[in-house]
Design a protein around this ligand. Sequence first.
Ligand code: ARG
Length: 438
Amino acid sequence: MTPDDPPTAPSDAETAPGPNPADWPRTSSYEADPTEVGRVLLLYSGGLDTSVMLKWIQDHYDAEVVTLTVNLGQPGEDYTAVRAKAEMLGALECVVVDAREEFAAEYLAPAIKANALYGGGYPLFTALGRPLIAKLAVEHARRLGCDSIAHGCTGKGNDQVRIEATVATLAPELKVIAPVRTWQMGREEEVAYARQHGIPVKGGTEVAPYSIDDNLWGRSSEGRWIEELDHAPDDDVFNLVTRPEQAPDEPETVAVSFEHGLPVALNSEPMGLVDLIESAAQIGARHGVGIVDHIEDRIVGLKVRDIYEVPAAAIILTAHQELERLVATIHQNQFKPMLDQRWGYLVYAGLWWEPLRADLDAYMDAANRFVTGTIELKLYKGSVRVIRRSSPYAVYDASLASFAGSGGLFSQAAAPGFIELWSLQSRMAWRVRNESRD
Ligand code: ARG
């Protein structure tokens, strides 16, 4: 280590006491005391981590486990298979909840009104999903008589913050178990544990798969070469969006219609929000739209790289923002992005239940009251470009804006008087700063 190296904390392997939960000191009030765990609700995806966890908790806590799997519109997920796997691994009960409508109405709708993006490119699909997943975990844990909630997040990510902050806020009586933070198994050990306990492992064991999270609003990939900053994206990472090079040679236009800030029709066909988002995602994906290669500041301090595929958000947010610009005044247009950014940051940072978010939502609703109209976009090999706009509330008058128009309400003769007053302070300041003083 040279004096210029950044300070590093000792790694877990150097400091950790061992895999037994009872050996780990608890640093917060909401962490489960292993001697007091009787029944656990496990947030179960059906993947390797949470499948190993399902067995591991039964063994290490001597506890019953019920599983909860939440459908937020992950494309191609087979929930019958997920449930069967949980049953096979000894879950007392396996709940699968279709929360797509609630996700769209209560989480994605406010995000659209707030043009929600973090770091200029991430439309927050994971960050928006976690508080809902954790809220459902609380509801079902209470219903099923659980004392604790377990999840598969690591100790290095944002998701643990979002889930645990939600549980601690909504259900102070429930405790949290996060085995990945302490069990000290890498992928190889997990695969070995899985083999030992008859847990099916998908794919080969040599190459670790990408770490994926997805829902209606987008898909993220992490891990493997993505951590290497000088590694351009390998083609196999794109699972949702066609690579722009392979997108159709013919462009396609898509018209998104909004009422009060929410999309209500695609190409003039009225649709509910879930269907509309799914259709927009399909059209965008076909044209290579919504690929984001993102360097991101996590709230836990790390800077990381994520590859996102967000075709629906690329279309809907672009259209929404354009329509807002058209119906809002210069003052509103300059002010709202500051609040949009604040909204996105709170949600990214796991503070969904923070009252400021609700305060901001009240503003977003007010600001979206007249965001009604249609925006037409042209999609072509990865690009999204606005080509037509219309709204009954556009603060726009073609005859006033016209270059050749004779004026009407707009008095060109009054312009010099405006310029004289508008520039007054700037002119005075220029003079006093530049007058020669000798
Ligand atoms: N970086 C994004 C976020 O913090 C995506 C995280 C994806 N989560 C995952 N478990 N792979 O919201």
